[in-house]
Every structure is written in structure tokens, then in C-alpha cells.
Design a protein around this ligand. Sequence first.
Ligand code: FES
Length: 113
Amino acid sequence: MRTSLSAIDQIPDGGATEVEAEVQGVPESLILVREGMQVAAFLNICPHAGRRLDWAPGRFLIDKGRLVCAAHGATFERMSGECVAGPCRGQSLRAVAVEVRDGQIWLAEPHAR
Ligand code: FES
């Protein structure tokens, strides 16, 4: 069964939000980021020390279009998840495959990739 995560218009363009969903049977907190009609998703786990990136549930720091971990300031390219500054520079958030269809964001089915 496909899992709907959110309506795309629930995410401000250029912003991020958090949703809870089961990914391959495991409950996870996910970061959803939006750029126009494109959406990327990542596990809400910072590669630096494993903390969540949001400073309050669903509230993320965005600086110059980049996602900033609230714990120690690691800075990530929003759509690729690559850390470009801070304590885990060169590492990346773990991407989760999603697709946008009919204004909804869906978890991509593993066999569809
Ligand atoms: S846990 Fe994110 S920068 Fe340290």
C-alpha cells in the first residue's frame, strides 16, 4: 500500500517540514524539503551526532536556502542533503525516495525504483 506523507502545499516553497512515517517497516521522522514542485526527503537524523535537525518538531533552521542542524550548526544543501559546512562536512543526510503525484507526496515503493 502506498503511503501518503503530506500535501505539497503544506510545505512552504523553499522550506522544510517534518512528518512521521514507516519506512520499510520502521517508524521514522522524515524531513521534507520543497523547491517549487520538487520535493526531497531525508531521515531526520544528523550524520554528526545522530540528533534531529529541527529545533522544535517540524521547525527547521533555513539559512541562505540551506538546512541547518539546530544542534551544532551542520549546514546541508536542501535538495541533495550534502553537508557543506560544519562538523560533518562531506557527509550527507540519508535520502528517502518520494514522488509527487496529484499534489500529494508519496513514499516511493522500493520495487518501483
Ligand atoms: S548533531 Fe547535527 S550538527 Fe551535531
